[in-house]
Design a protein. Structure first.
Length: 221
């Protein structure tokens, strides 16, 4: 009789321990860690010496200052402490830019209420893309005020910034829309000015990954 009671008690203890063991297991092994790399930690290759770069050590976005579609100056300083998503485009682009801008609308919508996330869309045809032209383009794409900034400025500064700051190939089309060459990439930059990822702005799955990884950087998990 005592043996039966002992066995019954043992079974009851085991049953009661199951939830505890599950909780311990989940806390120990059930936490997902999604690490987002920090790119260019050992510097940027510069074989043709086109850029003034620190060839060893972490690469950071350099100082720059451009004019927004609202005729306000904005640049590297305003990236401090914020997550910034950047692309290079031009409003008369006949190929990939319309798709990129439509996808960036989704990014804008995803972070509409997140004050620590902003978007810089930088024109590589600044002679045509004046603040007035960019303002109309921003309205067409439902850009959230003080969230999604369309930027223009000195052409040499912009091309140097694209190639040497954001490490993207960019070729001037000299006013001919079909002759411009630029990347379709969206660039994720953290609050310290480090590049954390490149994502195709013409690929919906890639943009979904950008949104996910931005959220992870934002919330630290």
């Amino acid at each position: 009789m005592r043996t039966i009671r002992f066995l019954q008690g043992l079974v009851l203890v085991c049953i009661l321990m199951i939830p505890v063991l599950i909780i311990v297991f989940l806390k120990t092994f059930g936490t997902n860690h999604y690490d987002i790399p920090v790119l260019f930690q050992d510097g940027v290759e510069n074989p043709f010496l086109e850029c003034e770069l620190n060839e060893s050590g972490q690469h950071y976005i350099p100082e720059f200052l451009l004019t927004s579609h609202d005729n306000e100056l904005r640049g590297r300083h305003e990236m401090e402490g914020k997550i910034t998503i950047v692309d290079f485009f031009f409003t008369s682009c006949p190929s990939i830019c319309p798709v990129m801008s439509n996808e960036m609308e989704r990014v804008n919508d995803a972070f509409r209420n997140e004050a620590l996330v902003q978007i810089y869309s930088i024109s590589i045809d600044p002679e045509y893309d004046t603040p007035e032209v960019l303002k109309e383009y921003a309205e067409r794409h439902n850009a959230t005020p003080d969230k999604w900034f369309f930027l223009t400025g000195n052409k040499d500064e912009i091309y140097n910034l694209a190639r040497c700051g954001f490490i993207l190939p960019t070729i001037d089309g000299f006013g001919q829309p079909d002759d411009f060459v630029h990347s379709d990439k969206f660039i994720l930059v953290d609050e310290l000015g480090r590049i954390r990822g490149y994502y195709s702005g013409t690929n919906r799955d890639e943009v979904d990954r950008l949104i996910l990884e931005t959220k992870i950087l934002l919330h630290g998990k």
